[in-house]
Design a binder for this molecule. Structure first.
Ligand code: HEC
Ligand code: HEC
Length: 257
């Protein structure tokens, strides 16, 4: 005979059945409603595919780049005159090169042409042009303008005595140029990029001396560009005919034909 428990179970099962019957949509309505939503659902991924490459085509470097910054007033460091390549003698340089601290003038880093023929040497420090004292590259240029139409001028230099440590000579020499001396051409510090590390000791705000940006200097330095080794013949290789010093087996670098 049916007890209370069984009746309750029946009621619950019945109720659940009724619940599902009410909540589950009649199967017939699904296909009927389907045609409309389906194209919409398919269109979604298609739209996403189109949108993505478009965003990818926008270059990530959209961040604006600061234009070249060239300060109005830049310190000058180098002066070139008749083969004399001079640069400002600073405390830093005199300390590094072992010149008396406080020595002012223009240090010759390289000497060629008329400068070399006139007897100047790299390492000389120009302290006077005629009787005009030279403590900066600007003064060097100024003094050179006073003699630019002459064919010779007296320059006074401090020269290290290499045989005796800490000993210097003051010498006067004539700089000669047959076609006229002309005047000193000046140069500033090279352009640097905004993130460049400082390879020298602290000298003050970067923009006292450097333009900042890109494009005023050829990189790499053309002197450092090497051409690829040309192909050489088997005969040249066998006879080891080479315009350069021995660099090793020819086939390490040359295509041999
Ligand atoms: C008082 C002038 C002066 C200041 C200030 C100065 N520099 Fe220089 N810098 C020079 C000179 C001159 C050179 C050329 C090499 C040398 O003499 O050491 C140079 C060379 C460089 C170079 C090598 C560039 C090359 O192409 O060879 C870099 C990089 C550089 N400096 C970065 C800096 C940075 C960064 C600052 C600021 C924190 C700075 N400098 C401040 C004068 C200066
Ligand atoms: C480590 C690399 C290297 C090796 C090894 C080498 N060469 Fe060269 N060679 C060069 C380069 C680079 C040049 C281009 C000019 C230069 O840089 O001197 C060159 C230039 C030459 C040239 C001038 C060709 C031209 O048309 O201007 C000849 C010839 C030559 N090499 C012969 C030789 C011979 C022969 C050997 C072997 C005995 C040899 N080289 C080994 C790198 C090399």
């Amino acid at each position: 005979m049916p007890n209370l428990k069984n009746i309750l179970l029946l009621v619950i099962i019945g109720g659940l059945g009724l619940y599902f019957a009410l909540t589950t949509p009649p199967p017939a309505t699904v296909p009927a409603a389907a045609p409309a939503p389906v194209p919409a659902v398919q269109a979604l991924p298609a739209a996403a595919m189109v949108a993505e490459p478009q965003t990818a085509m926008v270059p990530p470097a959209a961040e604006p780049v600061a234009p070249n910054y060239v300060p109005r007033k830049l310190k000058v460091f180098e002066g070139h005159w008749q083969g004399l390549d001079g640069r400002l003698m600073t405390r830093e340089l005199s300390r590094k090169l072992g010149f008396p601290v406080g020595l002012q003038g223009v240090l010759l880093g390289e000497v060629t042409l008329n400068g070399a023929n006139s007897g100047f040497l790299a390492g000389d420090v120009i302290i006077r042009v005629e009787d005009m004292p030279i403590t900066t590259v600007e003064e060097f240029q100024e003094a050179s303008r006073m003699v630019q139409n002459r064919t010779e001028a007296k320059l006074t230099v401090i020269r290290k005595d290499e045989t005796r440590n800490g000993s210097y000579r003051t010498m006067s020499m004539m700089l000669r140029a047959e076609g006229g001396l002309g005047f000193v051409q000046v140069e500033g510090a090279p352009m640097i990029q905004a993130g460049d590390p400082r390879p020298h000791s602290y000298r003050g705000p970067c923009t006292d001396c450097h333009p900042v940006g890109k494009g005023f200097e050829l990189t790499p330095d053309p002197d450092l560009i090497n051409l690829p080794p040309p192909a050489i013949t088997r005969d040249t290789a066998d006879k080891a005919i080479s315009p350069h010093e021995n660099r090793g087996p020819c086939e390490a670098c040359h295509l041999i034909r």
